[in-house]
Ligand binder design. Structure first.
Ligand SMILES: CC(C)(COP(=O)(O)OP(=O)(O)OC[C@H]1O[C@@H](n2cnc3c(N)ncnc32)[C@H](O)[C@@H]1OP(=O)(O)O)[C@@H](O)C(=O)NCCC(=O)NCCS
Length: 152
């Protein structure tokens, strides 16, 4: 699916489309600028692998040629995940992240997903993500703790 959506935000027309391997350098730059800490998955090869899967769930927002936001969704047939949401600082509070979330949610629903999980940085470290996910209707899951292991 390579739907392109345009939205007028202030004096900019923001376009939304599926991401491609050509976006990889701009994605790394965006994540660095947004304070998203590199993890074991942050390599060009890993991102190429990701972009070959679920392309319609990895959406970027553009102001002209400039990549200004992104959201990666995942669907394994059982659970849906949302991660690596970021919007460039000068484009924030204009509804770009909300639009990205609603687009990925719509596509997840079409694929059959029922529940979506989002990872947010803890509020004692940074409160923006918690405020954002609350505003999007997501709730803290009091029953679970996220466990992680680097498989290498
Ligand atoms: C979190 C982030 C993606 C939000 O992007 P954004 O495009 O500014 O978000 P939106 O404009 O769509 O905000 C939607 C709603 O979320 C809430 N929200 C967003 N940023 C907020 C902030 N800084 N403080 C409080 N609430 C906030 C508000 O309710 C907002 O609606 P409103 O503007 O009408 O009040 C952006 O701040 C960012 O990239 N932060 C750094 C990376 C990060 O924390 N990513 C999330 C980790 S998963």
């Amino acid at each position: 699916m390579s739907e392109q959506i345009l939205s007028e935000i202030g004096d900019s027309a923001i376009a939304y489309r599926d991401s491609t391997v050509e976006d990889i350098p701009a994605l790394f730059e965006l994540w660095q600028e947004s304070g998203s800490l590199p993890t074991a998955t942050d390599s060009v090869e890993a991102l190429e692998t990701r972009l070959r899967r679920d392309g319609e769930l990895f959406i970027v927002a553009l102001d002209g040629d400039r990549l200004v936001g992104c959201l990666m969704g995942g669907w394994d047939g059982w659970r849906a995940n949302l991660y690596r949401l970021a919007v460039r600082p000068e484009y924030r509070r204009r509804g770009i992240a909300e639009r990205l979330v609603r687009m990925v949610e719509k596509r997840l629903l079409e694929l059959g997903a029922v529940r979506a999980y989002a990872l947010a940085v803890k509020p004692e470290i940074e409160s923006v993500a918690v405020n954002f996910w609350n505003a999007m209707g997501y709730e803290l899951n009091p029953r679970t703790l996220p466990y992680v292991k680097t498989l290498s």
